[in-house]
Design a protein around this ligand. Structure first.
Ligand SMILES: Nc1ncnc2c1ncn2[C@@H]1O[C@H](COP(=O)(O)OP(=O)(O)OP(=O)(O)O)[C@@H](O)[C@H]1O
Ligand SMILES: [Mg+2]
Length: 254
């Protein structure tokens, strides 16, 4: 999937990890709530046929700060084709929630024009093994260029002082890709998901530590223009694939 190449100030954030249940939708919906609260309304693009981001949006009260939703799963799984998507006019962020199973040949289309790519990784042996394979594919198959500095990892569902967390952090530090935050394994994420809100919408005393971690992700994301400028001045560019232009169906509140 591609976004409008003339999108100017629109920040395209892609959240991916082929490992199911790593926290992609949780991160996408929490970022959407955060940006919505800050304004202007962001656009949340759900590429998963299961549609959990759109379900989250359906549960969101119209009294909450607006998040625009696009159900785009039909257009994100076509093998070998690029599809152009447009965010809602006025959005500054376009957050793309990708499904677990992405064919290898789709990786390039999904990532080549992303300003920021976030990979949530959970601390279990199987998640670490799967993340190692996936990141290798991203670098090789999708010709991802680390020098662009637009890729970061979020350690998700972490528990303090556990062997699995130490194993995860050791693995991540070997990758030379920044780990921008550690999100705790916490029921606040589960509760927020069920209500169509983000943790930033919950009482501050319940979420203080979790919100600090989410804000670390936002701080890294907000630096996207500087990262893009640095890449451009270093002469790092990527060739755009041929794209089919589609206006996707809109879902969620109008
Ligand atoms: N930090 C966390 N603390 C507690 N529960 C979490 C956390 N992150 C995610 N979860 C829960 O784990 C489950 C899977 O999370 P989520 O749906 O975000 O993963 P996903 O990567 O989008 O999954 P899929 O690959 O199926 O799309 C959900 O029930 C979610 O509420
Ligand atoms: Mg998901």
């Amino acid at each position: 999937m591609q976004s409008d190449p003339n999108r100017g100030n629109l920040h395209k954030i892609v959240i991916l990890n082929p490992k199911g249940g790593s926290g992609k939708t949780t991160l996408a919906t929490n970022l959407a709530s955060y940006f919505a609260r800050r304004g202007p309304p962001p656009t949340l693009i759900d590429c998963d046929p299961l549609g959990y981001s759109m379900r989250w949006l359906d549960n969101r009260s119209s009294k909450r700060p607006k998040v625009y939703g696009i159900a785009a799963h039909d257009h994100c799984t076509e093998s070998g084709k690029g599809v152009e998507l447009h965010a809602w006019p006025g959005s500054r962020q376009m957050i793309v929630d990708l499904p677990a199973a992405i064919p290898e040949n789709q990786l390039y289309y999904q990532t080549y024009d992303a300003d920021s790519i976030l990979i949530p990784v959970a601390p279990s042996e199987i998640d670490i093994y799967s993340a190692a394979r996936f990141i290798a594919n991203l670098l090789l198959v999708a010709q991802f260029d680390r020098r662009k500095r637009n890729l970061a990892i979020v350690a998700n569902r972490t528990r303090k002082n556990t062997v699995s967390l130490r194993m995860l952090m050791r693995f991540l530090s070997s990758l030379e890709i920044p780990v921008v935050a550690q999100l705790r394994d916490s029921q606040v994420f589960v509760r927020a998901a069920a209500q169509g809100i983000g943790i930033c919408d919950m009482p501050p005393h319940l979420v203080r530590n979790d919100l600090d971690a989410l804000e670390s992700v936002v701080t890294w994301l907000d630096n996207w223009k500087m990262r893009r400028f640095d890449a451009a001045t270093s002469g790092i560019t990527r060739r755009a694939p041929e794209a089919e232009v589609l206006t996707p169906m809109l879902a969620g509140h109008d």
